[in-house]
Design a protein around this ligand. Structure first.
Ligand SMILES: Cc1cc2nc3c(=O)[nH]c(=O)nc-3n(C[C@H](O)[C@H](O)[C@H](O)COP(=O)(O)OP(=O)(O)OC[C@H]3O[C@@H](n4cnc5c(N)ncnc54)[C@H](O)[C@@H]3O)c2cc1C
Length: 379
């Protein structure tokens, strides 16, 4: 089999973005996935992209988030030009709302952080909400408008990444489960697959929630606990909303075509991806609470995905101790879509032996757990 400069294990948004960033620098990557590409968490996600910050970021996650948000604009335009596929990147703006006194207090705290970070936001009193979103439940206590909130359509973005990789000559191997490393001392020389051994140069583990299990078999402890998220997709004949609505951990995401996505649960349910009646009922109840007009929309589809966790709120991005050519990029939890471009650029820096654009110590695979340092945005 052909040898590749870089072999990426896992073809979700993280693995495909890494291969894309490498291809833009002329590096040939092989990406393998045990399934079709982009059918894991990346397909299931809502595609929320938070605003970028104008000021100097005050923490590693804020830095990564802001950098990625800036890159999304450029990547989306380049992907469209290269492939003709519109990934649905839209700066649709968002309204963050509070319906209880506790939520009102939390929202004010978040607004304070946005001010410090230089993120554009504008307070919208309950009486003015109809000016922004006439279909939203007017019985809310407070709301803020964030004009720079953006979104992508995940399946389209994943298709665009694959099309671009295909055109640039990357090797894409779907239905190719990773079967272990072939090692010579601290160096990985090959990847075992059902079709034989793939000779390799640098190796990137980006298999989402499954990374921890795969690494354990290689003698490396890396916790990537799955965090299940369920979603309901509505289809409405008339456009009901035009901006992303966020209430705590829940959100409504209106698409250009009248569809509205309601997400998302957070469940510790192992690797179970079934849609369950209680979660779906709760999501539908919340959707109707936020936007009563959805009561007459069609429930088009429900699904669930597994967000890859880590030991804290940060992903793992860095070289794995004990190996001379193994990098890990996973554990992005609720933010893997938004953080993918920045993550991919950082991995590319590592592969080229360059000083990474962001200090990677806070993301090191073997680190001790840290407290959350970016709680201004979630998805
Ligand atoms: C409901 C929901 C809503 C979300 N909303 C957002 C959002 O709005 N914004 C945001 O930024 N993030 C969001 N997320 C989180 C985001 O989707 C994830 O963080 C991200 O998709 C993780 O990407 P990944 O590539 O690491 O993992 P995955 O997409 O899961 O990809 C891992 C890949 O590895 C492959 N693999 C597994 N085992 C093997 C093996 N043995 N051999 C080869 N390949 C293997 C899998 O088949 C899979 O394709 C959401 C997630 C969910 C579930």
């Amino acid at each position: 089999m052909k040898s590749s400069d870089v072999t990426v294990i896992g073809g979700g948004v993280i693995g495909l973005s890494i291969a894309y960033a490498l291809a833009r620098q002329g590096v040939h990557a092989t990406v393998l996935d045990r399934d079709e590409f982009g059918r894991g968490a990346s397909w299931a996600g809502a595609g929320l992209i938070p605003p970028f910050t104008e000021r100097r970021a005050s923490g590693p996650m804020i830095e990564l988030r802001s950098w990625s948000a800036v890159l999304y604009r450029e990547w989306s335009a380049s992907l469209l030009e290269a492939t003709g596929i519109d990934n649905g990147y839209r700066k649709s703006g968002g309204l963050d709302i509070a319906m209880t006194p506790t939520e009102e207090r939390d929202l004010k705290t978040a607004a304070g952080r946005w001010r410090v970070e230089g993120i554009a936001s504008e307070r919208v009193g309950p009486g003015d909400i109809g000016r922004y979103e006439p279909s939203l439940n007017p019985e809310l206590r407070d709301a803020y408008f964030l004009p720079d909130r953006a979104q992508i359509r995940n399946p389209r973005h994943l298709r665009a990444l694959q099309a671009s990789l295909f055109a640039s000559g990357a090797t894409l191997l779907p239905r190719t489960p990773f079967g272990g490393f072939v090692r010579e001392g601290d160096r990985i020389t090959g990847i075992r697959t059902e079709g034989g051994i793939l000779a390799c140069g640098q190796v990137v583990m980006a298999a989402g929630s499954w990374s921890g299990g795969l690494m354990r078999e290689e003698g490396v402890e890396l916790a990537t606990p799955p965090l299940k998220g369920q979603v309901v997709l509505f289809r409405s004949d008339r456009p009901l909303l035009s901006r992303i609505i966020e209430r705590g951990k829940n959100y409504l995401v209106p698409r250009d075509d009248g569809r509205v996505l309601m997400g998302a649960t957070e469940e510790d349910a192992g690797f179970d991806t079934r849609s369950t009646p209680r979660a779906i009922r709760d999501l539908i109840d919340e959707a109707l609470r936020l936007c009563p007009g959805l009561a007459t929309a069609e429930v088009e589809r429900c699904w669930a995905g597994l967000r890859p966790g880590s030991i804290d709120t940060r992903p793992y991005i860095g070289r794995v101790p004990g190996f001379s050519n193994l990098i890990v990029a996973t554990g992005h939890k609720r933010a893997g879509i938004q953080l993918a471009p920045g993550t991919a650029e950082l991995v590319t820096d590592l592969i080229f032996g360059r000083e990474p654009g962001i200090n990677l110590a806070p993301f090191a695979p073997g680190r001790a757990a840290s407290p959350a340092d970016d709680i201004a945005f979630r998805s």
